[in-house]
Write a protein that binds this ligand. Sequence first.
Ligand code: ADP
Length: 203
Amino acid sequence: MLVVGLTGGIGAGKSTAAARFAERGAAVVDVDAIGREVLAPGGRAERGVVEVFGPGILNADGRIDRGKVAAEVFGRPDRLSALEAVSHPAINAELNSRLQELADGGEAEVVVLDMAVLAESRLGQLESGRGYTKVVVVEAPVEVRLARLLERGLSEEQARARMASQATDSQRRALADHVIVNDAGPEDLAAAVDELWAELTVE
Ligand code: ADP
């Protein structure tokens, strides 16, 4: 079972590429969603995160308010590190059990980890050896990404701030085994994914 880490800067088209991989037959694991789940009631990082940030990050109903957590860490690298020190091991533990289940199931030839945060951290790198062994990066020029994000309802300021908080194209590219350039239409992206899929499944 090949495990691929799929990443890209916001608006590059990572999620759209992941959906195409799923159509081809990949098992897609949404790592960003696991990041939300570990903070939900009973989640693996719930208690630890409340210990770090205090009850001020809770909603009236006692659940972690992810918006409040985001506000706590935005632009504060020390607070972000404190959050990640709790959340990333929890995400990796959950990821490890999902990958174990997929391996036991024996059906998935290729697993794609759809993850915005790859170049920035050790997310998806697992001590069990089950983590990703190949990295696929989806790339698009900043102006193209901005236009897509504005269409998706973000303001230009929000979009640029999100981009600035992420790794750069060259940092991602340095880790990439394969780069998909998504600067044309959706059909071109689908064709690029199909081509890569053919390559990945013969290896
Ligand atoms: P990411 O997951 O990298 O942030 P998405 O896959 O969500 O990016 O894509 C961002 C937006 O751009 C979405 O609304 C998506 O439908 C659109 N999009 C992605 N690729 C293309 C493309 N090649 N042409 C036009 N729109 C695209």
